[in-house]
Design a protein around this ligand. Structure first.
Ligand code: NI
Length: 159
């Protein structure tokens, strides 16, 4: 199978030249410094990864995302409502972390995996629930399980 060597090729580092206007490079170097990178390559790799994740998100690919909500647990039925939304999400929720911030406020971080649009739909539902004070969804990474490929190339189940 060509799979192993393909992976080796993907994992090896390839050098390539980049041409850009001097002022843009100057600004990039300041960014590299501000962010505490030790070299341009490292910074560029992270920028590319972030942009690819955003673009994959826009195309509705499989992603992992963190949904953060802050809510007042005194609002009647709110905790139950938030839990049912997660249960109804089609099994996309992987894990949640709950922090009791103070007497009334709870912070919850929900990690979910699935098609970007479905995760976004769940996040919207959570955020617009009455009593939720702050809500945000952050795309983390693109996963290796594209929706459209599964039938052609079945993957073993991952646990
Ligand atoms: Ni709490």
């Amino acid at each position: 199978m060509a799979r192993t060597s393909d992976k080796a090729a993907r994992d090896s580092v390839v050098r390539f030249g980049v041409a850009m206007p001097g002022d843009l490079l100057e600004r990039f170097d300041l960014y590299v410094k501000r962010r505490g990178y030790t070299n341009r390559s490292e910074a560029l790799r992270d920028l590319v990864r972030a942009e690819l994740a955003t673009e994959a998100w826009d195309r509705g690919e499989h992603v992992v995302a963190a949904i953060t909500v802050v809510y007042d647990h005194h609002v009647p039925g709110l905790t139950e409502k938030l839990v049912s939304i997660q249960h109804d999400s089609g099994g996309h929720v992987i894990s949640t972390m709950h922090v009791h911030l103070d007497h009334s406020q709870c912070l919850e971080i929900i990690v979910a995996r699935g098609p970007a649009q479905e995760l976004e739909k769940m996040a919207d539902e959570l955020v617009r629930t009455r009593g939720v004070l702050v809500g945000r969804i952050v795309p983390a990474v693109v996963t290796e399980l594209p929706v459209h490929d599964e039938e052609e190339h079945p993957h073993p189940h991952r646990h």
